[in-house]
Design a protein around this ligand. Structure first.
Ligand code: SF4
Length: 301
């Protein structure tokens, strides 16, 4: 089925009321008052209350403007965004301590304009958070550093508990969906090096569905991702962030039964954990709670 009409009506399983509540409002204020961006709010994620109420949250560091322009992403883009806030590591650590979350995800924009693409800043954020919240599990959802392994190692050395990098879509669609500086093979290489460099650290990636991929291409992506040692896989529905022509139309709204089936197919490839569903996002509470349990068990062993 080709792209549907300009305004794409959501199917019933995607129609949900966006979360509110006193705890959500308090936590929003905590992050906003320090000039921090949460992906949860930026992406108007329907899982926000469940995650924040349940002790997980996702912060975007290095500002809210990216040097890339992927056609599925709502983040602002510019050639030379503002210099990252030097005080961000402390602000982030304070906010996470205040939020009292058990599992936090740091994600980041790409900063192709910076000599180290922001590696030192990310490492500083991780170290400060780990120092201030030693019991909290921290996942770092990384960019690809244009394949520079030394920059990747610099961030891994800072001590995140989980290293994530998103492949985003099947290989054939990469040039259409992601920025020209990104690449399917480049992303697999990032994940492969993360696992080779720190073998005991779980790695994680995410695929968006509904962009025109075939089932055969999806299975091939499962194989490619598993072949580079990835432990955790999340599969979610691509949703168009705006009506602008820059953002790709949804090719298909995948039914929850098909997500279940794709999840089961992925599990057959030996992943430690697979989360698959219309609302599943790369940082998804269920996966995070699993990871927390897994990390505590392996740490205990
Ligand atoms: S690299 Fe792409 S997906 Fe990531 S923040 Fe930039 S535009 Fe969005």
């Amino acid at each position: 089925m080709g792209p549907v009409a300009e305004r794409q009506a959501l199917p019933p399983w995607l129609k949900v009321k966006l979360p509110t509540g006193p705890n959500v409002a308090r936590l929003k204020e905590a992050s906003r008052s320090r000039g921090l961006s949460t992906v949860c709010e930026e992406a108007r994620c329907p899982n926000l209350a469940e995650c924040w109420g349940g002790g997980t949250a996702t912060f975007m560091v290095m500002g809210d403007t990216c040097t890339r322009g992927c056609r599925f992403c709502s983040v602002a883009t510019a050639l030379r965004p503002a210099v990252p806030d030097e005080a961000e590591p402390q602000k982030l650590a304070m906010t996470l301590k205040e939020m009292d979350v058990e599992y936090a995800v740091l994600t980041t924009v790409c900063r192709d304009d910076l000599p180290d693409q922001g590696a030192a800043h990310l490492a500083a954020c991780i170290r400060e958070v780990k120092k201030t919240c030693p019991d909290m599990k921290l996942e770092m959802l990384l960019q690809d550093f244009r394949g520079h392994q030394d920059l990747l190692e610099q961030v891994i050395d800072a001590g995140p508990d989980v290293v994530a990098h998103n492949v985003e879509c099947v290989e054939r669609l990469t040039d259409k969906v992601r920025d020209a500086k990104a690449g399917y093979r480049q992303s697999l290489d990032v994940l492969a090096h993360a696992k080779n460099y720190a073998p005991t650290k779980p790695t994680k990636t995410s695929l968006m569905l509904g962009l025109g991929e075939t089932e055969e291409e999806l299975v091939q992506a499962f194989k490619d991702i598993r072949a580079v040692g990835v432990d955790i896989l999340t599969l979610g529905q691509y949703l168009r962030p705006s009506g602008s022509r820059h953002h790709l139309m949804v090719d298909k709204f995948i039914h929850p039964d098909d997500f279940q089936r794709y999840g089961d197919m992925a599990k057959e490839h030996g992943f430690l954990y697979v989360a698959s569903g219309p609302f599943v996002r790369s940082s998804y509470r269920a996966a995070e709670l699993f990871m927390k349990g897994h990390l505590e068990n392996t740490r205990g062993a």
